[in-house]
Design a protein around this ligand. Structure first.
Ligand code: UD1
Length: 432
């Protein structure tokens, strides 16, 4: 399996273009099936999770065509309502969106159990309670089966502001009879983007981005052309690449407002962050960085999907920092890998206590999930010597062209299919 080989301690400088938002795209692509029409989606990221969803949709007889690398044309007029035998569904968490979509469009669905990154228990009970509240009968045995004579709008209070449950209930409710109100709804930018997309197809969704979303059911949806928002987490990852290497990087095609919690935390640490209309410049060069406390929270709080990346930065800042992971039960598994590079981190339940070290030292590490994989790359960029990161397939799930984008800002990184000795090729000068 491929791995990345990184020669670290090079300050990254230059410009990076950010791709479309993974977590919006993996909701909007299935949502396009609600229309029984033709939909064109622009700014789709070229990542493995999207290719996987395209495979699932083709298995359901949806006609999906790439108009170019980032534009998909989806014609779902002849699709079926069953993806229960799909191996591809089991490969990713976001395939749970086919539940809401199939229920919403056909009032009947058979879907395999979704998979995804391992952060401990990843239940979908809130999704299922929501579908039941709308009138569906749900059975979960070998596969998930759902059926409803009629879907009826109702009030749904979420125990936790779950991103997936909020979006899935919206998908099921857009064509229900009457009005559905979701309280304690998730407010993430991709929730808002999915609602905007549904409205572009003729849905009536109001309040997305606040705690209360109101969905007035409509009879049917129509085709639309829609562009996905930029990726908040990819943006944050490149912002940290500038901070952790003492560099100067400008990220382009971003929505600075979506980055507020990350920009604020970087400023607190002592990094210079300069916002423009659709770009952010991050300067680590010449800055004295300070330790800090981070708590992950639903939006607009600090995103859990940036927790491993900021961990790497804090691991390199002398002094004591703390990270409290309040969204997922078990999202510090990757810390063992950082310790191999010399990081000094203690983990107790949801709390990580970080004693920053003067420098990390390159070695062999593995990506244990998508964002942890990005964190290993950041650690390798900061470390002295050579770091190899294995299990690159995790990173491919959510980062478009990461190697090329990093090379574009001066990183000494390359992808290797496992046939060469990385130490040797570094010495001969053609490695990274
Ligand atoms: C989405 C993101 C993921 C991110 C997470 C939190 C996608 C495809 N993935 O995941 O990258 O880490 O939001 O920002 O958008 N929960 C329940 N019952 C449920 C659903 C969730 O108890 O039915 C709990 C989870 O165990 C977790 C918390 O709610 O502790 C957050 O989960 P949720 O917001 O649903 O995350 P996902 O939508 O799966």
């Amino acid at each position: 399996m491929d791995r990345l080989i990184i020669q670290g301690q090079k300050a990254l400088c230059g410009n990076v273009d950010i791709s479309g938002c993974k977590n919006a795209a993996v909701a909007i692509l299935p949502a396009s099936l609600l229309a029984n029409d033709v939909v064109v989606l622009e700014n789709i990221p070229d990542i493995a999770d999207i290719k996987n969803q395209v495979r699932i949709m083709r298995e359901m007889d949806v006609d999906v065509e790439y108009l170019d690398r980032h534009t998909l044309k989806v014609d779902s007029r002849h699709m079926k309502n069953d993806c229960a035998n799909s191996e591809s569904v089991r490969k990713m968490r976001a395939s749970y969106y086919f539940l809401g979509v199939l229920l919403g469009r056909f009032k009947k669905a058979r879907v395999a159990f979704p998979g995804g990154c391992d952060f401990g228990v990843r239940p979908i009970d809130l999704h299922i309670k929501g579908f039941e509240a709308l009138g569906a009968t749900v059975t979960t045995k070998a596969v998930i089966e759902m059926q409803a004579d009629e879907l009826r709008g109702t009030n749904i209070f979420l125990d936790f502001a779950s991103v997936g449950a909020t979006i899935n209930i919206m998908l099921a409710a857009v064509m229900a009879e009457g009005t559905t109100v979701i309280e304690n709804a998730a407010k993430e930018p991709h929730v808002v983007d999915t609602a905007s997309f549904l409205n572009s197809m003729g849905a009536d969704v109001k309040g997305a981005g606040t705690d209360t979303i109101r969905i007035r059911g409509v009879k049917k949806l129509h085709g639309s052309t829609y562009a996905i928002i930029p990726d908040q987490i990819e943006t944050g990852t490149y912002m940290i690449s500038a901070a952790v290497t003492g560099g100067d990087v400008t990220v382009h095609n971003v929505i600075p407002r979506h980055m507020d919690s990350i920009s604020a935390k970087l400023r607190e640490i002592g990094v210079r962050v300069i916002e423009d209309d659709d770009s952010i410049r991050v300067i680590g060069k010449g800055c004295r960085l300070r330790p800090c406390k981070v708590k992950t929270l639903p939006y607009p709080g600090f995103p859990t999907d940036m927790q491993p990346q900021i961990m790497v930065l804090l691991a390199t800042i002398p002094g004591t920092s703390m990270i409290n992971e309040s969204v997922w039960d078990s999202r510090f598994k990757y810390v063992d890998q950082l310790r191999k590079l010399g990081a000094n981190i203690d983990v107790e339940s949801h709390l990580a206590i970080i004693e920053g070290v003067e420098k990390l030292v390159g070695t062999d590490v593995e990506a244990t999930d998508l964002r942890a994989g990005a964190a290993m790359v950041l650690a390798g960029l900061a470390a002295s010597g050579v770091t190899t990161v294995s299990n690159v397939n995790y990173i491919d799930r959510g980062y478009e062209n990461m190697v090329e984008k990093l090379q574009g800002i001066g990183a000494r990184i390359r992808r290797d299919s496992g046939r060469e000795d990385p130490q040797l090729s570094v010495i001969t000068g053609n490695a990274v």
